[in-house]
Design a protein around this ligand. Structure first.
Ligand SMILES: *[C@@H]1O[C@H](CO)[C@@H](O)[C@H](O)[C@H]1NC(C)=O
Ligand SMILES: *[C@@H]1O[C@H](CO)[C@@H](O)[C@H](O)[C@H]1NC(C)=O
Ligand SMILES: *[C@@H]1O[C@H](CO)[C@@H](O)[C@H](O)[C@H]1NC(C)=O
Ligand SMILES: *[C@@H]1O[C@H](CO)[C@@H](O)[C@H](O)[C@H]1NC(C)=O
Ligand SMILES: *[C@@H]1O[C@H](CO)[C@@H](O)[C@H](O)[C@H]1NC(C)=O
Ligand SMILES: *[C@@H]1O[C@H](CO)[C@@H](O)[C@H](O)[C@H]1NC(C)=O
Length: 433
């Protein structure tokens, strides 16, 4: 029944998607990369910048055209309780005492842009919350137990820079028991592999922001020199070629679809999204995301994997009073109240694509015995505007000038921070599933 309500909600949104398509056409699409070279661990972080000018409308206040009531939004909650089991995604953040599982001093794998402690973020309250499901207790990630259960296994995190953000939390948590050994990285540190020797566990992160084949044209500063070319019918071989070697695979995507792109099918141009001044049909990015997810799940089901597949839903940013490119900020230090933040238009569209596609795939999976799990972090992330680096994506940003104008990151997450809870949930899904 729940699934039906997602579906009907999905179809009811079609007029809304059309409107959005039109409004997106009206928006300019210059992609600017705003990053500093201060990074001390990871060179040239060009992919961090998922943000496009369109994201301006991606958060409260929702443009009046698109105002949604909280009740409506509830239809998009991905309840997973047909069996009467506890829905671990339905809960609230409650204060937690004690120290974080790791800090900038005990984990050496934190990317400088997400190392909020190391970059001098003065408040620490954002660390002291835990996710508490309404109907059951969610144990904290237990690295020792997890490693024991993952002997001789291989894990892969496939997706974009938020996927990598999540992966770093995972590596940091595990590294409290045994430090990871870096066994592979490419030049840009976008594809990387670690090994935990005592447990013979390997963990890979695979850069594939669209999950499908995509040509991205960016200069050394990350400025787009041409539209991205996305092949909607071809999955990215970066991950498909390794797929059968992994025991646990976590996929996620989303934000890159918002960027302007030309969409290909069968090697010919089918249309585009936000490609001003070009004579292509604007298809809207939801079409591309949907086709690619459908292909992804078809691929998975047709390969009849022994591995466990987890799909993580897309996550909201929390820019206030502006966007990435117009000086938006995020200065909050405590979680928001439920309902205080609504999912912005663009995130809603991503969600309206992914929930029905995942639901359809899970029905299929349950018939064929494929292990497919949903990691639905969207609602619980929506109420954590306090968990982003903000100005502390830079090393002591106000050291020289208290009023310095610095680029805020209200999209990625501080490490440690609320993103660590994603791994509490992940452990629960994997070990109890
Ligand atoms: C971690 O952060 C604290 C607080 O900013 C800082 O004093 C310390 O030097 C940092 N540790 C490392 C290893 O960077
Ligand atoms: C480590 O695990 C891999 C599978 O991930 C397996 O092929 C290999 O034999 C294991 N190595 C040892 C020493 O057990
Ligand atoms: C990385 O950035 C440095 C400047 O900080 C530049 O000299 C170098 O060419 C860049 N490397 C790549 C691969 O973009
Ligand atoms: C792709 O092209 C081939 C031959 O050019 C054709 O047989 C096939 O039906 C096309 N597929 C799609 C999805 O258009
Ligand atoms: C745009 O494409 C249509 C149909 O493909 C064509 O009729 C029209 O002349 C094109 N317009 C321009 C300005 O190229
Ligand atoms: C946004 O702007 C309003 C009015 O200028 C101000 O009261 C509020 O504190 C700002 N919010 C943030 C997060 O900067």
């Amino acid at each position: 029944m729940k699934q039906n309500s997602w579906r009907s909600a999905y179809y009811n949104q079609n007029h809304f998607v059309l409107k959005l398509g039109i409004s997106i056409l009206l928006v300019g699409f210059g992609f600017r990369l705003l990053f500093s070279h201060s990074s001390n661990v990871i060179p040239n972080e060009t992919d961090n910048i998922l943000i496009t000018p369109v994201v301006e409308n991606d958060l409260n206040p929702v443009p009046s055209d698109f105002v949604e009531s909280p009740k409506e939004f509830n239809q998009f909650q991905s309840k997973d309780d047909e069996s009467g089991e506890c829905d671990i995604f339905d809960g609230e953040w409650i204060p937690r005492s004690g120290s974080p599982a790791y800090t900038n001093n005990t984990c050496r794998w934190i990317e400088s842009h997400q190392n909020c402690m190391g970059n001098g973020r003065p408040d620490t309250g954002y660390i002291d919350w835990k996710w508490s499901p309404k109907a059951c207790e969610l144990p904290r990630f237990d690295a020792k137990k997890f490693l024991e259960r993952m002997r001789d296994k291989s894990w892969a995190f496939v997706g974009d820079s938020i996927t990598r953000n999540h992966l770093q939390s995972f590596i940091c948590l595990l590294s409290q028991v045994e430090d990871a050994v870096d066994i592979y990285h490419d030049e840009a540190y976008k594809n990387r592999k670690w090994h935990f020797p005592t447990y013979n566990l390997t963990v890979s992160v695979v850069w594939s922001p669209f999950l499908a084949k995509a040509e991205i044209f960016e200069d050394v500063n990350g400025v787009s020199t041409s539209e991205i070319e996305v092949h909607m019918d071809v999955l990215d071989k970066t991950w498909t070629e390794q797929f059968s070697t992994w025991d646990y695979i976590l996929f996620s995507s989303g934000k890159w679809f918002i960027k302007s792109a030309i969409y290909y099918e069968n090697n010919s141009i089918l249309g585009c999204h936000g490609c001003e001044g070009k004579n292509y049909t604007d298809l809207g990015f939801n079409i591309a995301y949907q086709k690619i997810l459908k292909n992804l799940f078809d691929f998975i089901m047709n390969s009849n994997p022994k591995s466990m597949i987890i799909y993580r839903t897309s996550t909201p940013d929390h820019f206030e009073n502006g966007s990435w490119s117009t000086g938006g900020s995020c200065d909050r230090t405590v979680p928001a109240k439920e309902g205080e933040f609504e999912l912005g238009v663009l995130n809603r569209i991503l969600r309206e694509v992914e929930l029905p596609e995942i639901s359809r795939a899970r029905e299929w999976a349950s018939e064929t015995g494929v292990k497919l799990k949903l990691l639905d972090v969207t609602p619980l992330s929506l109420v954590r505007p306090d968990g982003h680096p903000g100005p502390y994506r830079h090393f002591y940003p106000f050291a020289k000038d208290k009023n310095a104008k610095v680029q805020y990151d209200c999209l990625h997450w501080c490490l440690p921070g609320p993103i660590d809870s994603w791994n509490d949930l992940l452990m629960n899904l994997v070990l109890n599933g």
